[in-house]
Design a protein around this ligand. Sequence first.
Ligand SMILES: Cc1cc2nc3c(=O)[nH]c(=O)nc-3n(C[C@H](O)[C@H](O)[C@H](O)COP(=O)(O)OP(=O)(O)OC[C@H]3O[C@@H](n4cnc5c(N)ncnc54)[C@H](O)[C@@H]3O)c2cc1C
Length: 382
Amino acid sequence: MFDLLLTDEQKMLQQMVHDFAVNEIEPVASENERNHKFPREIIEKAGELGLMGIAYPVEYGGSGMDYVSYMLAIEEISRYCASTGVIISAHSSLTCDPIYRFGTEEQKQKYLPDMLSGKKIGAFSLTESGAGSDAGATKTTAKLVGDKWILNGSKIFATNGAEADVFVLLASTDPESKTRGVTGFIVDANTPGYSIGKVERKLGIRSSSTTEIILDNVELPKEAMLGNLNEGFKMAMITLDGGRLGIAAQALGIARASFEDALKYSREREQFGKPINSFQAIQWMIADMRVRYEASWLLTWRATKMKDAGEAYSTYSAMAKLDASETAMFCANKAIQVHGGYGYTEDFNVERYYRDAKITELYEGTSEIQRLVISRHFIVNG
Ligand SMILES: Cc1cc2nc3c(=O)[nH]c(=O)nc-3n(C[C@H](O)[C@H](O)[C@H](O)COP(=O)(O)OP(=O)(O)OC[C@H]3O[C@@H](n4cnc5c(N)ncnc54)[C@H](O)[C@@H]3O)c2cc1C
């Protein structure tokens, strides 16, 4: 698939991840999802295969590949389990990335080898109860007292929250200055005063953990600050550009799963004495699903190539995420339609795809926020 656009190395990785996903992830995906069980063993194996640090340099323990390779892996994994896809995406693009991009050499040496090999899991915590789309409205504070930072407040909806060892989180260091007064910090999960609060029960991606984080007089050394003082909001936005591509890849995986399952079922299911794929109504749904998937794949690939080439890709990342997430919703919806009433039951995976697809329109910026980012770019730049 898309052979012309991929290098031999990328195709080899894609095949390796496909085999891993079919052999190890697919057999347990539905059961884990039903039990809200975090796939710890799968994440450990993903680490052994180098999938927790695909697009990072070998010198820090990464696999030294490009972002296209990373995206292919997230799509392939999400094809079989969207929860596993977001666990790896939140770890890699949201947590390892700011440490790699903005961290001091000491921070990189301290955290990246264990994180990129999957020995430690990362989580990124920007959102608060009063700061969602308005992510800069953070109320969590970090105050420098002597040579220590003291953090107080609470964050919500942290993916990997209950499982992570290392957190990148944002706190207000200068409340008056709003988004220009936010700073990033790296926090080890075992730091005193740091705890997990509410664990969310969710519509989909139930094998991934989503939690509240409570900071009660958390004392951090000065060296825990990530990036420059009061530049955390900018850092978070840059981080989200890469993260949104990861979510686009997750959405593509869900869309492809929906298409492939619908195609298979349409061959097997007979009504009126023939396979349902002989009915034009079904044929059109199959066609529409595939067109939407192919188009979203190409837009996502384009945005990812821009990132790999070092071009400004923020707007294209928003476009890819917006489009791929709507494609995932479209395809999951059609896949249930092709399955008829059976598609509404837990006997088939398409109901899981439908529930999983919805989150891609919400996190790392809702579809409305993506439209805002995209329109703003063209209105301002022409
Ligand atoms: C399962 C899950 C995992 C998550 N993982 C993480 C994570 O790992 N780290 C993290 O920091 N956050 C995470 N989030 C948070 C997520 O990114 C936010 O939920 C999301 O950005 C939306 O914020 P909100 O929920 O507060 O919605 P709100 O901002 O309250 O939005 C409500 C509605 O208003 C619309 N809206 C808001 N502002 C505007 C505007 N200016 N123009 C037009 N429409 C607008 C929104 O689009 C939406 O439809 C996660 C959330 C979930 C559900």
